[in-house]
Design a protein around this ligand. Structure first.
Ligand SMILES: Cc1ncc(COP(=O)(O)O)c(C=O)c1O
Length: 206
């Protein structure tokens, strides 16, 4: 919205301010969904997204908010009854864990604190105790928007490897992708998700 004082400036952690070029690009007419132009555009976007995550793996775009992507990530790799270890560092890993729980997973929270990052040695210690490998996935956020905590995703990945545990390593980069480095393949991350409305500076909903 434009007001006499100028354009409204929404100063919250997201949705972030969209550059004019992005706003203007949204004013183009739709293209034919069966055209070559559409498939070429989609494929180039998927390739670019993999580059952003620094992975040789495949990317997918969901028409959903971050909560929808959380759910999509979980349903694609887990089954009902699987155990998930949530690494607390504020509000959002807990939220992802709640989604897992509502979907029938067994959720254990590795207690953290809103004032500090996850401690990798505590992750390693917990995984070492899981001698039967009941934990199928470890979930964590790179930056927790609510607490402002930044977790060391590389160090947690090393801790999972050091414990010699086969759990999938799942990372939420909603508030960090495009803002700070993220190296999915190098850091041993198995599943990563994000949202369009923060570092990517595009409208919410993807
Ligand atoms: C770190 C993080 N994860 C997940 C979400 C959820 O995303 P959404 O609000 O698009 O559902 C948010 C939203 O602020 C977030 O900051």
């Amino acid at each position: 919205m434009t007001v006499r004082a100028g354009r409204e400036f929404l100063a919250i952690p997201g949705p972030t301010t969209m550059p004019d070029a992005v706003l203007q690009a949204m004013h183009r007419p739709a293209i034919d969904i069966y055209s070559r132009q559409m498939t070429d555009l989609t494929e180039s976007l998927l390739r670019d997204i993999s580059k952003l995550f620094a992975t040789k793996g495949k990317s997918y775009i969901y028409i959903a908010n971050g909560h929808g992507a959380w759910e999509a990530a979980l349903t694609n790799v887990l089954s009902r009854g699987d155990k998930v270890l949530v690494l607390e560092s504020g509000r959002f890993a807990i939220g992802w864990g709640n989604a897992a729980s509502l979907m029938g997973a067994e959720v254990e929270v590795l207690k953290g604190d809103w004032r500090r990052a996850v401690r990798p040695h505590e992750v390693e210690e917990r995984l070492r105790r899981d001698t039967e490998h009941r934990i199928k996935a470890v979930v964590v956020v790179q930056i927790d928007t609510a607490s402002g905590v930044q977790n060391d995703i590389e160090a947690i990945g090393k801790a999972i490897k050091a414990a010699n545990h086969p759990a999938l390593y799942m990372v939420d980069t909603v508030a960090s992708l495009g803002c700070i480095p993220f190296e999915m393949d190098k850091w041993g991350v198995d599943v990563a998700m994000s949202g369009s409305q923060k570092g990517l500076m595009t409208p919410p909903g993807l």
